[in-house]
Every structure is written in structure tokens, then in C-alpha cells.
Ligand binder design. Structure first.
Ligand code: C2E
Ligand code: MG
Ligand code: MG
Length: 539
């Protein structure tokens, strides 16, 4: 510490030492009457012109002093500039350039400072803030509008908290860490956040964005033992707020910790499952509703974890997306599915789901083609299923990837149609071979007139555009009849079969071929459905 202080003050120390030396010499000269001796010498040796020499020395000395002072000024200026530049670089590294709030690096520095602080910390509140509906603003109104909303959110947060206590972690995630008196004060502030952020946002495009915020709150030391746990606890409370219906603030409770720990444990077993390749595709039959014949299978990922629990794909695909493991998982599944499908009769197609998170990978199309080539499945036997969310998330990336797939002869189906936030104009930019009507419409269209009109409109849209339609989640015969009457082309659902393991497929295909049709046969004789079910169950 002393060494760094000496380094910083070196110039001052040198100046001080020189001044000190000068004073000592001056005092010594006075003490020994040096000036009188010199004057006497000059007077007695007039011929040597010593006085002229001395005058020249004094003038040179003065000029040297002026030169040294001006260089000293310049040096000071340089040092000031350098430390300003260092401060700038530091600022950029620790701040988010859009909202000008401290970023994740800034947050880590704050957490380290809190962890290393000596003595009592007082009561610290951790707020985890996540916007509700921000993705929709980005998707529907564009990134420029999304940026404007984020700037406005930062401004509203500055009205409640000190600016240096607010952190933007990227996307629509914000964190606040501040000293508070008690839980009541922190809870009141958390409620203010939800109220402030739920007001509408005027955009420069003269549009208005409506969105809300979910807030999780945790207090150190009331809820946690170590400062680093504060954020995790606040996040857990925020997830709970989202679950309870968004737009609210929730205070951390110990039970929430269990959910968080479960998620961390699931991530570890997901990584392990990927290493061991134990997540495999099962196959659900796709039926031609006009002829009743089997047209192919949709690959659906299935995973039994180490404890023998069947983990739902919604759960692990979501986690794989959040953790970035989706690319590896999808590659593994596609390879396996193509290998299986290459053994099926050539008229059967393989449908495969892509996750929205994969569309940011511009080389996705090429990677799929490479897997097809490696496994020997012709591109026209593959149908990639994408959701509206995947497309509107990044229209340009989706256009590039889907363009590659189309060009290679791979079919593209729009999955879960009617459940996303896309507009028809956005979708019209893409060439789909198939629209899949979501299960939520199929399950209710017979009892709900409005749902029936929507299903009719979707089927009409498909017919108008010359795109085939598939109804998902068919569970009853009467649904099949109504859909056939409305002109739906393909069907999929538990009525025809659930997703089955690869080893059951051969028998299923043989059975479908023997009867020449799956749905015709079942329409005539219900027993066939039972038989298929028996094959599926392996009994
Ligand atoms: P999806 O692609 O829309 O798949 C259809 C889902 O509906 C499947 O659920 C299927 O089991 C279920 N289903 C089919 N017929 C019926 C029915 O008659 N009744 C009912 N109640 N459900 C039916 P699953 O397998 O749980 O998958 C859910 C979602 O997870 C899939 O929706 C898909 O979005 C995603 N997913 C599954 N496997 C993969 C995968 O390998 N990769 C990706 N990216 N996503 C996948
Ligand atoms: Mg699908
Ligand atoms: Mg679907």
C-alpha cells in the first residue's frame, strides 16, 4: 500500500526533496557568508568577467525553471487525461450503454463489496424485476420500440431508487440492491415498482406499449445467510410472482428455495443426460384424414431421469433453451430421429420440432442438411416444425434459415398455429408447406361456436393459400368426422396413437399397412384402435 502511495506521489516527493536540498544549500551559504565571499571575489577579479558569467547562469537557471514548470503543467494534463480515459473504460465495462445503468459486471462488483464488507451491513433489500409482455413489444413493434421501453423503465426506476443501486442484467431483467430500514419499507417500494412500471409507455412511433412487471423481494439477513444468496432468493420470489399471475410483487419465503434448488438439480441431470445421450425421440403417428393412411411420425423428445421420473419436454426443453443446451440436445435428437426414419418405408415423413432459441444460429439450415446427409435421409422426407414465436423473435434470421430449408427441399410446418402473437402480414413473408392447428382449438371447437369459427377460418386460410392443414390433439371420433367435413387434411392425436418408442414403430407401420389405413379401419371397427393401443403399450 505504501509502495503504491509512493508511486502515485513520486513527482511531488521529488519536488519536495529538491526544494529541501535547495533550502539546505541556501542556509549553508548564509551560514558561511558565501555571498559576501563571492562578491569579494568578483570585485577583486574584475578582469575575469565573473559577474557576467554569473548573470548568464542566473538567467539560464530562471529559463530552466520556467521550462520545467511548463513541462510539469503538461505532465499534469496528460495524467488527468489518462485517468479520465481509464474511468471511461471502467464505466463502459460496468454499465449498460442503452439505459446507462450499471450492468452485470457492476452488479458482481457490488456483490463482492457486500460480501467482503467488514462489520455490520445493516439490512439490505434485493429486488429482482422482470417485465411482463416485453417480448411481445419487441416482436410486434420492433427492437427500436423495445429499446425505448427499456430506457423508460430505467427512468421510472430512477424515480424510486438511487441510480447506482439499479442494475440492468440484459434483456428485460433489472435488479436493485439497497439499504432499507425494514421489510415494510422494502415491500412498499416493490409495490411502487409494479405500479410505476405497469403504466403505459408512449413511443416515438406515436404508438403506445402496455406492459407490466413482476417483482421478487428478499432481505439480508431476514431471508438469507450470505449476500450472494440474496439475488437467488429474489429471483425465486420473482418466478413465484410470474406464476401467480404477473404484475405483482412477492416477498421471498423459504419454500421457494426448494423450487430453485430443484431447478439447479434438474440442470445438472440434464447435462448428465446429454453426456449419456439418454434423451431420445418417440414417434407420434400423423394420419391423412382423407384416405385414413399413415403419412409419417412426429418426433417428440422423451426423458426418464435418474430417479425414474418422466420429465415433460415442456420442462426440459425450456431449461435447455435457457441454459443454451438446446443446440446440443436438438442435434442429438435429430441425428437419432433421422437414423430411425431412414429405416421406415420411403413414403413416411419425419416431423421434427425446432425450438425458437435455435433460430439465432444462422448456420442451422446447413447443420440440419449435414445431419440428413450423415444419416442418409433424403431432405424431402423431413418436415421441420416451427412456432410463430420462433419466427417473430428474429424475422431476418428465420427468413435465412427457412430459406435454406426450403431451397434444400425440406418441408416446413407452422406448429401450434393460433397460439402465438404473429400477424398474418408477418407470416405471409414465409413459405409454409403445412399449418398445424393447435390442440386448444381442436379440443373445444365442437362445443364452442367461436372456436369453431376460428377453426373454419384457419382451414379456409390453408385452403386459400394452398397449404395443407393438420389438426393436433384429436381424441375422439366425432372430432375426426367434423374435421373431415371441414376439409382438414391431416390429423394427429391420442386417438391414432401417442408418441411411441422406436422399437414399437415397425409393428405399428406393419399393422397400418395390413389394414391399408389407420383411420378408415378405426371408423369401421373400434377394435383396431384398441389393437393399436395394445401394440403401443407392447401388450
Ligand atoms: P408440439 O410440437 O405441439 O407436440 C404436440 C404435443 O401434444 C406433444 O406433447 C404430444 O404428446 C401432445 N399430444 C398429441 N396428441 C395429443 C392428444 O390427443 N391429447 C393431448 N392431451 N395431447 C396430445 P409433448 O410430447 O409433451 O410435447 C410438448 C411440446 O414440447 C411439443 O409441442 C413441442 O413444442 C415440444 N417438444 C417436444 N419434443 C421436442 C423436441 O424434440 N424439440 C423441441 N424443440 N421441442 C420439442
Ligand atoms: Mg410439433
Ligand atoms: Mg403443436
Amino acid at each position: 500500500m505504501i509502495r503504491s502511495w509512493v508511486k502515485k506521489r513520486r513527482m511531488h516527493i521529488e519536488a519536495l526533496a529538491l526544494t529541501g536540498l535547495g533550502v539546505v544549500i541556501w542556509l549553508a551559504a548564509i551560514r558561511h557568508d558565501a555571498f559576501e565571499t563571492l562578491a569579494e571575489f568578483v570585485e577583486t577579479h574584475e578582469s575575469l568577467e565573473v559577474d557576467e558569467v554569473l548573470t548568464a547562469v542566473v538567467v539560464i537557471g530562471l529559463l530552466g525553471l520556467i521550462y520545467a514548470l511548463s513541462r510539469l503543467g503538461e505532465l499534469h494534463g496528460e495524467i488527468r487525461k489518462r485517468s479520465a480515459a481509464e474511468r471511461d473504460v471502467n464505466w463502459i465495462a460496468n454499465h449498460d450503454s442503452l439505459t446507462r445503468l450499471p450492468n452485470r459486471a457492476g452488479l458482481n462488483a457490488r456483490l463482492d463489496a457486500l460480501a467482503n464488507a467488514m462489520g455490520p451491513r445493516g439490512r439490505i433489500a434485493y429486488y429482482s424485476i422482470d417485465l411482463d409482455g416485453f417480448k411481445r413489444v419487441n416482436d410486434l413493434l420492433g427492437h427500436q420500440s423495445g429499446d425505448e421501453v427499456l430506457i423508460a423503465v430505467a427512468e421510472r426506476l430512477r424515480a424510486i431508487f438511487e441510480p447506482e443501486d439499479i442494475f440492468r442484467l440484459g434483456g428485460d431483467e433489472f435488479v436493485v440492491i439497497e439499504k432499507v430500514r425494514d421489510l415494510a419499507e422494502a415491500a412498499a417500494k416493490a409495490r411502487r415498482v409494479t405500479n410505476f412500471l405497469c403504466r403505459s409507455y408512449e413511443l416515438s412511433s406515436s404508438m403506445t406499449a402496455e406492459l407490466g412487471a413482476s417483482v421478487g423481494l428478499a432481505l439480508d439477513p431476514d431471508h438469507i445467510d450470505r449476500p450472494k444468496q440474496g439475488l437467488l432468493a429474489a429471483d425465486a420470489a420473482m418466478y413465484e410472482a410470474k406464476k401467480r399471475g404477473k404484475g405483482i410483487a412477492v416477498v421471498f419465503e423459504q419454500e421457494m428455495k426448494a423450487a430453485l434448488e430443484q431447478r439447479a438439480a434438474l440442470e445438472i441431470s440434464l447435462r448428465d443426460a446429454l453426456k449419456k445421450c439418454v434423451i431420445t425421440p418417440h414417434y407420434q403417428p400423423l394420419i391423412d384424414l382423407k384416405t385414413g393412411s399413415l403419412r409419417g411420425f412426429e418426433a417428440l423428445a422423451r426423458w426418464m431421469d435418474n430417479n425414474g421420473r418422466q420429465v415433460s419436454p415442456i420442462e426440459f426443453i425450456g431449461l435447455a433453451e435457457e441454459t443454451g443446451l438446446i443446440v446440443e440436445l436438438s442435434d442429438q435428437l435429430l441425428k437419432r430421429a433421422c437414423r430411425d426414419a431412414a429405416k421406415w418405408p420411403p413414403h413416411l415423413r419425419l416431423a421434427f420440432n425446432l425450438s425458437p432459441a435455435q433460430f439465432s444460429d444462422r448456420l442451422l439450415g446447413l447443420r440440419i442438411l449435414r445431419i440428413l446427409a450423415e444419416e442418409g435421409l433424403p431432405p424431402n422426407r423431413l418436415e421441420i416444425e416451427v412456432t410463430e414465436t420462433a419466427i417473430v423473435k428474429d424475422m431476418e434470421a428465420a427468413e435465412a434459415v427457412l430459406g435454406d430449408l426450403n431451397a434444400a427441399g425440406i418441408h416446413v410446418a407452422l406448429d401450434d398455429f393460433g397460439t402465438g402473437y404473429s400477424s398474418l402480414s408477418q407470416l405471409s413473408r414465409f413459405k409454409f408447406d403445412k399449418i398445424k392447428i393447435d390442440r386448444s382449438f381442436v379440443s373445444s371447437f365442437q362445443d364452442d361456436e367461436r372456436q369453431e369459427k376460428i377453426v373454419r377460418a384457419m382451414l379456409g386460410l390453408g385452403q386459400g393459400l394452398g397449404i395443407a392443414t393438420t389438426a393436433e390433439g384429436i381424441e375422439t371420433e366425432s372430432q375426426v368426422r367434423s374435421l373431415q367435413a371441414l376439409g382438414c387434411d391431416f390429423g394427429q392425436g391420442y386417438l391414432f396413437g401417442k408418441a411411441m418408442p422406436p422399437e414399437n414403430i415397425e409393428a405399428f407401420i406393419a399393422h397400418a399397412a395390413a389394414d391399408n389405413s389407420v383411420s378408415d379401419a378405426y371408423l369401421m371397427q373400434d377394435e383396431l384402435v384398441e389393437t393399436i393401443e395394445k401394440i403401443r403399450l407392447g401388450t
